[in-house]
Ligand binder design. Structure first.
Ligand code: ZN
Length: 389
């Protein structure tokens, strides 16, 4: 009996030694930017978290364990990734517990993990609309057990401060800033460093200048207007992605100001194309293509023109824009998918399927678009057309 007990003991020891050996002890990388402000980097993503140090605790902004935006399907709570963040903070700041975890919006490049934080006595700072999405992928038991740790930013701002540091979180709605990718969103301002965290609301045009100018995105316009409205002129803006050209991994404010004052708006370019009469669009298509290539007009603009025309049931105009898009950028699989979709709407199924077949041959790794999506789009457009009857 005694021998059995000893053997059992040895067996248990070997199991616990084995599981101990398998335990992940790896950490993310941390870089100090200023005294009390750090960035955390992930092997699994190109996005970063920001850490603010207070006298007795830490504040974490974003958990971008994976790098996906609004197109993310199958959202999930990355428990191991969240635990790795907590482990990294513990290893680097052994005497300061993480008290707050805030995120700007629900995209995985902002919040890929929830439960490990709530289970470790960390308060989650969020918004009601974003939390509705979080509830779809985070463990409902963990959420209900920790309901008092979920802080919705009340009204339009929330301030956390002590004698060493300060964070001001601003909440705003898509209704007031229409290019916001989620129904509501949080910016985070750090007065001590005069830095503003904007995440994916600061999406810069990285391509060649368009018609000799920088392209101004709706999000850049919204961000700039927000800062002016709030009378904030930060030295630097923090985006999610790594800044390859900036030593401190932040964007100087002047870049945002410059594109807002001197840039060219995609919406304005699009309006110009949409105002071309149908006759001119059809008869001078080659000229339109030539000018678009010379001026570096992004094909996303033609793609948007296609769907604007489809919404108005202007199939022929949609087809002209889809042909222009495909001719200006034939190396974009979406060009062929869009062209196929317009033919599908026109009831030209053989032509539509032919484009799909060739798209698959040219871009076998691309699985977006296709007949199912077209059919769904068609049903959605049908509702719009019925409404506008
Ligand atoms: Zn985003």
């Amino acid at each position: 009996m005694k021998l059995v007990k000893i053997l059992l003991c040895l067996f248990c020891m070997s199991i616990s030694a084995k599981s101990f050996a398998q335990q992940d002890t790896s950490c993310n990388k941390i870089r100090k930017i200023y005294d009390g402000m750090y960035f955390m980097y992930f092997d699994s993503s190109n996005s970063k978290s920001t850490i603010i140090e207070f006298s007795d605790f830490l504040f974490l902004l974003e958990a971008p364990i994976i790098d996906l935006g609004g197109g993310a399907k199958e959202l999930k709570d990355d428990i191991a990734g969240g635990e790795k963040i907590l482990r990294t903070l513990k290893a680097n700041f052994p005497n300061k517990p993480l008290k707050y975890f805030a995120h700007s919006h629900w995209h995985p490049h902002s919040i890929s993990s929830v439960s490990p934080f709530l289970n470790n006595n960390v308060s989650l700072i969020t918004t009601e609309e974003n939390f509705k999405v979080i509830k779809t992928f985070a463990d409902s038991n963990v959420i209900s057990k920790n309901a008092e740790k979920i802080i919705f930013v009340p009204g339009d701002s929330l301030r956390i401060a002590d004698s060493f540091n300060e964070v001001i979180i601003y909440r705003f709605d898509q209704k007031n800033f229409p290019s916001t990718p989620t129904k509501d969103y949080l910016y985070c301002y750090f007065p001590k460093y005069n830095c503003m965290h904007a995440a994916c609301m600061y999406t810069k045009w990285m391509g060649e200048p368009v018609d000799g100018k920088q392209l101004l995105s709706g999000r850049e316009e919204n961000l700039y207007n927000f800062l002016k409205l709030r009378n904030i002129k930060p030295d630097f803006l923090i985006r999610l992605s790594h800044e390859k050209k900036e030593d401190n991994d932040m964007q100087p404010y002047e870049g945002l100001q410059n594109v807002n004052l001197n840039g060219i708006k995609s919406a304005d370019i699009m309006d110009k194309y949409l105002s071309i009469s149908s006759g001119v669009l059809k008869n001078t298509r080659d000229e339109i293509i030539r000018v678009a290539i010379n001026k570096n007009i992004p094909t996303s603009i033609f793609n948007s023109c296609v769907y604007t025309e489809l919404r108005k049931k202007e199939f022929e105009r949609a087809l002209d824009f889809a042909i222009i898009q495909a001719q200006v950028n034939p190396s974009d699989p979406n060009s062929w998918d869009t062209l196929g979709e317009v033919y599908y709407f026109l009831g030209e199924y053989a032509i539509a399927k032919n484009y799909l077949k060739h798209k698959k041959k040219m871009f076998p790794e691309v699985s977006t678009g296709g007949e199912e999506v077209w059919q769904k789009d068609l049903e959605n457009f049908q509702k719009v057309w019925d409404k506008n009857k």
